[in-house]
Design a protein. Structure first.
Length: 200
């Protein structure tokens, strides 16, 4: 599967220096809000460091970082507030293998081609897909959705959403899904992963 790759344009700690007027001092460098997480994620896998694509806040004090490797594979990395990598997953194919389509309510049109009922909420559809995958993966019925948000990959394809799920057993899972109920990544969030080790 081919993925559209976005340009990040991060200036990790370089900041923006404008021409000084008179004796004014240049503005201090402003560090990118996800710089430490990006740095940790870039070296989390084996081999050469991965190239960052984009990063977003995960709503839990950490960051979600998208990266590409030397073979142009797309990876999703989760790093906590201390920049410890919690998950590092290769985005390859729909983990539900198309079964999420059953969750999507068909859009019924009237004679004028207008929808009879409102379209389903995209974030809600992504969360339902994540809950369905959790149920099928570990038999945990519809884990509670705790934190959600846009995953940052909004250009040239269907925008996606990240969903954190909490189980009755106290476990936390990170899922990334689309509004048409495809699941692209799923990972247990627990002990930080060791850097430089296979983490996919």
């Amino acid at each position: 599967m081919k993925f559209a790759i976005l340009s990040l344009g991060l200036s990790l700690g370089l900041g923006l220096c404008l021409p000084a007027a008179g004796n004014a001092r240049p503005a201090p460098a402003v560090e990118h809000p996800h710089a430490k997480a990006i740095e940790a994620c870039a070296v989390a896998g084996e081999g050469a460091p991965a190239r960052p694509v984009t990063a977003v806040a995960d709503g839990r004090g950490g960051s979600l970082v998208w990266l590409t490797d030397a073979e142009a594979n797309l990876w999703l990395c989760s790093a906590d507030g201390a920049s410890q990598v919690q998950a590092y997953k290769l985005i390859f194919d729909d983990l539900l293998e198309g079964a999420g389509a059953q969750l999507v309510t068909p859009i019924i049109l009237d004679r004028d081609g207008k929808p009879v009922q409102p379209a389903p909420d995209p974030l809600e559809m992504a969360a339902l897909a994540c809950q369905a995958y959790l149920d099928g993966k570990i038999g945990e019925v519809a884990g509670k959705v705790s934190v959600t948000g846009a995953d940052g990959l909004n250009a040239n394809w269907l925008p996606g959403y990240f969903v954190f799920l909490e189980t009755q057993a106290g476990e936390t899972f990170l899922c990334d899904a689309t509004p048409n109920a495809q699941v692209w990544a799923f990972a247990r969030i627990g002990e930080p992963l060791g850097l430089g080790n296979p983490v996919g």
